[in-house]
Design a protein around this ligand. Structure first.
Ligand SMILES: Cc1cc2nc3c(=O)[nH]c(=O)nc-3n(C[C@H](O)[C@H](O)[C@H](O)COP(=O)(O)OP(=O)(O)OC[C@H]3O[C@@H](n4cnc5c(N)ncnc54)[C@H](O)[C@@H]3O)c2cc1C
Ligand code: FES
Length: 271
């Protein structure tokens, strides 16, 4: 029987510098690995530690996957220092991903902030691959500055896809920036989506998720149509240790994707 705690071996095949603080790691596992968009993995640096990440690549690609990682602390710092060809461990995939089946026939609104675009890129690839199933895909994304926009060179290509509508914003502009200036909630007015026939997916830093969710509720989006990718410190990833508990839920096992309707009565969801 497969040991779900045992990491399997994988090699860092390529490293892409996305922003000053964010890199994408192209990882080739030594055994077959499939994931659903929105599920997460635990990446193990042997002898150094492990941390959870949500693959940012197209789940349709089976021989390798990508994680996009912000340098936020001890493990992510070490990860950012790795050379290509480095051997590491992978556990997972864990958790429940985005419920794509319930998005069919709807306007899909995706609201992202910072490195939160990583899991959302995997979701976008899944939506793009079956774009005719959805009415439209609307992305509203905010970063601190133009240099902090993740996948910046790919975004103009995504905008050319039929039924895809993208608006970006930055907190602090730089010379040459022609887009919106302000936090992501400033680009959530006049959304070209049908409030009553939409699925809204929000992913980013907790403070951004909080204010974006409040804004969306104020605009009239129903709590059960708002999907949040939740993050907490994790350990086992399997619903055994209790580290990731919020209210009655374990984020690793019951999430990491929840509707706001499921979480709204838990007082500390944004901490
Ligand atoms: C399901 C899930 C998916 C994730 N996907 C991604 C991803 O795709 N890309 C990415 O860059 N990051 C992602 N993260 C966050 C990432 O796991 C943390 O940044 C990482 O664990 C930090 O580890 P560290 O040892 O580098 O930092 P540490 O030295 O442990 O901590 C640095 C700081 O970050 C805080 N912190 C640590 N872990 C978390 C966490 N999970 N959530 C919130 N705060 C935390 C600590 O309290 C501390 O303040 C995800 C987290 C979860 C739970
Ligand atoms: S990380 Fe152990 S229960 Fe969720």
């Amino acid at each position: 029987m497969k040991n779900i705690y045992r990491p399997f071996e994988a090699t860092v095949e390529d490293i892409i510098v996305e922003t000053p603080a964010i890199k994408t790691f192209v990882i080739r596992p030594k055994e077959s690995f499939v994931f659903k968009t929105g599920q997460f993995i635990e990446l193990t640096l042997p002898g150094m530690g492990e941390a959870p990440f949500t693959p940012s690549s197209d789940p349709g690609i089976k021989d390798r996957f990508e994680v996009t990682v912000m340098n936020a602390g001890r493990v992510t710092f070490l990860l950012h220092e790795l050379p290509k060809k480095y051997s590491l461990g992978v556990r997972g995939p864990y958790g429940k991903g985005y419920p794509l089946e319930s998005f069919t026939g709807k306007d899909i609104l995706i609201v992202g902030g910072g490195v939160g675009l990583a899991p959302l890129r995997s979701l976008l690839f899944s939506l793009f691959s079956e774009i005719n199933k959805y009415n439209k895909v609307v992305l509203r994304y905010g970063a601190r500055s133009p240099d902090d926009i993740v996948y910046r060179s790919a975004i103009p290509e995504w905008s050319k896809i039929d039924k895809v509508d993208i608006v970006l914003t930055v907190d602090a502009p730089a010379p040459g920036w022609k887009g919106n200036v302000g936090v992501v909630t400033t680009i959530l007015n006049d959304l070209p989506v049908d409030l009553k026939n939409s699925a809204v997916i929000v992913c980013g830093p907790p403070v951004m998720m909080k204010f974006a969710t409040m804004k969306l509720l104020g605009l009239g989006f129903p709590p059960e149509n708002i999907y949040l990718s939740m993050e907490k410190n994790m350990s086992c990833g399997l619903g055994k240790c209790g580290h990731c508990r919020i209210g009655k839920f374990y984020i690793c096992k019951d999430g990491p994707v929840f509707t706001y309707a499921e979480l709204k009565d838990i007082y500390d969801i944004w901490d």
